[in-house]
Design a protein around this ligand. Structure first.
Ligand code: ZN
Length: 157
């Protein structure tokens, strides 16, 4: 985990790592305590960085669904058996959690596949890209981004 502290007052602003959910919106934010501007490393200008290919990967959704299937299978398997080191009253907990998790992964995979196949996902990212492009059309915004250390392409400056 990385931690970002305010350059002005030292307040802790965000904790993040490489697996943090990528958000496609302006990374420019302001410290609530002292008003210093900073870049939120979780936020990305999609017009500059583009969309990661993995977002449209059918294979990774299928992997997710297979994983969900295994988790579900494990849950069903355990539900008929007594687990050691688990009190009688809590025997139902693990199988139930596994079954629900497995179903959630499978349904999540199906929903994502539908969104990829129908183009809904592409439309969503296109809308985000247009918004990002519009933000960057503002010179003052582009310069602010650059001054905060974001790699702004020449064409916006
Ligand atoms: Zn601050």
């Amino acid at each position: 985990m990385n931690e970002l502290k305010c350059a002005g007052c030292g307040k802790k602003l965000v904790t993040y790592d490489n697996t943090s959910f990528r958000q496609y919106k302006s990374p420019v934010k302001q410290c609530k305590k002292c008003g210093t501007y900073y870049l939120d490393p979780r936020c990305h200008e999609i017009a500059v960085e583009g969309v990661p290919e993995a977002e449209f990967s059918v294979g990774s959704q299928i992997v997710l669904m297979i994983f969900g299937g295994l988790v579900l299978y494990r849950g069903v398997y355990l539900s008929g058996r007594t687990q050691l080191n688990t009190p009688e009253s809590a025997q139902w907990v693990l199988p139930t959690v596994l079954v629900l998790m497995g179903i959630a992964f499978i349904l999540g995979g199906i929903v994502e596949l539908i969104r990829i196949k129908t183009g809904a996902k592409a439309r969503k990212y296109e809308k985000l890209r247009i918004e990002s492009e519009e933000r960057l059309q503002s010179r003052s915004y582009a310069y602010q981004l650059r001054d905060l250390g974001y790699p702004v392409p020449e064409k916006y400056l």
